[in-house]
Design a protein around this ligand. Structure first.
Ligand SMILES: *Cc1c(COP(=O)(O)O)cnc(C)c1O
Length: 383
C-alpha cells in the first residue's frame, strides 16, 4: 500500500483535509471583492500569528523569496551586515547577502551548536555602522534553535541595525512575538508551520524596516515590497497571487486560531520532548543537545550505521518520509519533522517505525517498543 505516505520532513508538511478542500475550489478573480475579503481576513490572521501590529505581506514564492525580499528592501550595496551561520540556511543568507554586494561579517558556530548571542553583542557594540543582523531562528538543517530573543535584544540596543530573521520553521511552532522581541523583518513560508502546500511566503516589516526601505538602493522589481504594501493596504496584490493557496491559507489560519497559539506551541514542545527522549532511550544520540533542540525538527546522529540506511528503510517499510542530512551531514544524520499538522499518532508511528527498522537491520540495542513506551508516557502526561 503506497498511497498513505506520511511526511515527517521539515517541509512540505502534511496538509489537513479542510485545507485540501479549500485548495480544490475553482480559482476566482484576484481583482474581485470576494478575493479582497480573503486578503483582508488573512492579513488580520497573519498579524495575530506574528503577534504584531505591523505589516505582514504575502509573496507568491517559497520561503527564500521572503528572506531575499527582506534583505533587498532594507539594504544597499556595501552595507555592513552580520550573518549568523550554523547550518545550511545560515549559509544561504550569507550567499544572498554576498550576491547583492553587502559587506558581510559572519558569526559562526559549528553545525549542531547554537549561535553565541554575546558575539553579536560584542560586534554591535564595536561598530555603529552595522545595518542589519541576519539570523536563522530554527536552523532546520541541524535541528538547532538559536536564541533570537537575546540577539534581537542586542540589535535593538544598537539603534541603527535591523533584525532580519528567518522564522520559517519557528513561526507557528514556538513563540515568536515579533513586536515584543523587536524583530524588524520576519520571513516565513507556507509549507512549514502553516500546514499548506509550498508556494506562498510571508514577510513582516516593522516601522524601522520601512524607514530603512526608504533609503535602500538594491535593485528589485517582483520583490519590491513597496508595491506589496501599497496593494495590501487595499486588500490586494501587485501581481497575480496564488489564488488557491490563499483559500488554503485562510482555512489553515482559521484552524490555527481555533487551536490557539499557546496550544500550538505546547503541542510542538511536547512532540519535541517525546521524540528526543524516545530516540535517546533506544541509543540514538541527538545531533543537537536537548536544551537547544528545535520545536519543529529533531536531528538524530546514529553511531555505527549509515543514517540514510535507516531513513530509506523506514520509508520502504512504513511509508513514513524522514529527512536526511545535508552536505557534510549526509549519511551522518536523519531528521524527524514534527512541525505543523502533526498529532500524537504520527509521533508514535515514527518512533515505532524507527525501532522496528533498527531491529530489522540487526542494530537495535533495546527491545522494540522501548522508545514508544517513553514517548507515549510523555504524550499522555500532557493530555
Ligand atoms: C524551508 C526553509 C526555508 C525556505 O526554503 P524554501 O525552499 O525557499 O521554501 C528557509 N529557512 C529555513 C530555516 C527553512 O527550513
Amino acid at each position: 500500500m503506497k498511497e498513505k505516505l506520511t511526511l515527517m520532513i521539515p517541509g512540505p508538511t502534511p496538509v489537513p483535509e479542510r485545507v485540501l478542500k479549500a485548495l480544490g475550489r475553482h480559482p476566482i478573480g484576484h481583482r474581485t471583492q470576494e478575493f479582497q475579503d480573503i486578503v483582508e481576513n488573512t492579513t488580520e490572521l497573519l498579524k495575530w500569528l506574528h503577534q504584531t501590529s505591523e505589516d505582514v505581506l504575502a509573496i507568491t514564492g517559497s520561503g527564500t523569496a521572503a528572506m531575499e525580499a527582506g534583505i533587498i528592501n532594507t539594504l544597499s550595496q556595501g552595507d555592513k551586515v552580520i550573518c549568523g551561520e550554523n547550518g545550511k540556511f545560515g549559509e544561504r543568507w550569507v550567499k544572498v547577502a554576498k550576491a547583492y554586494g553587502l559587506n558581510v561579517q559572519i558569526v559562526k558556530a559549528d553545525w549542531g551548536k547554537p549561535l553565541d548571542s554575546l558575539e553579536f553583542k560584542k560586534l554591535l557594540e564595536q561598530d555603529k555602522d552595522i545595518r542589519a543582523v541576519i539570523v536563522t531562528h530554527s536552523e532546520t538543517s541541524t535541528g538547532v534553535i538559536n536564541d533570537l530573543k537575546a540577539i534581537s535584544h542586542y540589535v535593538k540596543d544598537h539603534k541603527q541595525a535591523l533584525m532580519i530573521a528567518d522564522c520559517v520553521t519557528s513561526l507557528g511552532a514556538c513563540n515568536v512575538p515579533m513586536d515584543e522581541w523587536g524583530i524588524d523583518v520576519l520571513a516565513s513560508g507556507s509549507q512549514k508551520g502553516y500546514m499548506i502546500p509550498p508556494g506562498l511566503s510571508f514577510v513582516a516589516m516593522s516601522k524601522k524596516a520601512w524607514v530603512a526601505n526608504s533609503i535602500s538602493k538594491l535593485p528589485k522589481f517582483y520583490l519590491d515590497l513597496k508595491l506589496y504594501k501599497k496593494t495590501a493596504d487595499k486588500n490586494s496584490n501587485p501581481f497575480t497571487p496564488s489564488v488557491n493557496l490563499y483559500f488554503a491559507l485562510e482555512e489553515a489560519l482559521k484552524m490555527m486560531k481555533e487551536e490557539g497559539l499557546e496550544s500550538i506551541f505546547k503541542r510542538h514542545e511536547i512532540y519535541k520532548k517525546a521524540t528526543q527522549e524516545a530516540m535517546q532511550s533506544i541509543g540514538l544520540p541527538l545531533f543537537a543537545e536537548k536544551d537547544y533542540g528545535s520545536p519543529s525538527i529533531t536531528a538524530i546522529a546514529p553511531k555505527n550505521i549509515d543514517a540514510e540506511v535507516i531513513r530509506k528503510n523506514v520509508k520502504n517499510n512504513f511509508d513514513i518520509l524522514l529527512a536526511g542530512g545535508q552536505d557534510d551531514l549526509k549519511g551522518k544524520i536523519f531528521r524527524i519533522g514534527h512541525l505543523g499538522f502533526v498529532n500524537e499518532r504520527d509521533i508514535i508511528a515514527a518512533i515505532g517505525s524507527i525501532e522496528a527498522t533498527l531491529d530489522q537491520l540487526g542494530v537495535a540495542t533495546k527491545p522494540v517498543g522501548t522508545g514508544v513506551g517513553i514517548a507515549s508516557k510523555i504524550l499522555m502526561e500532557n493530555k
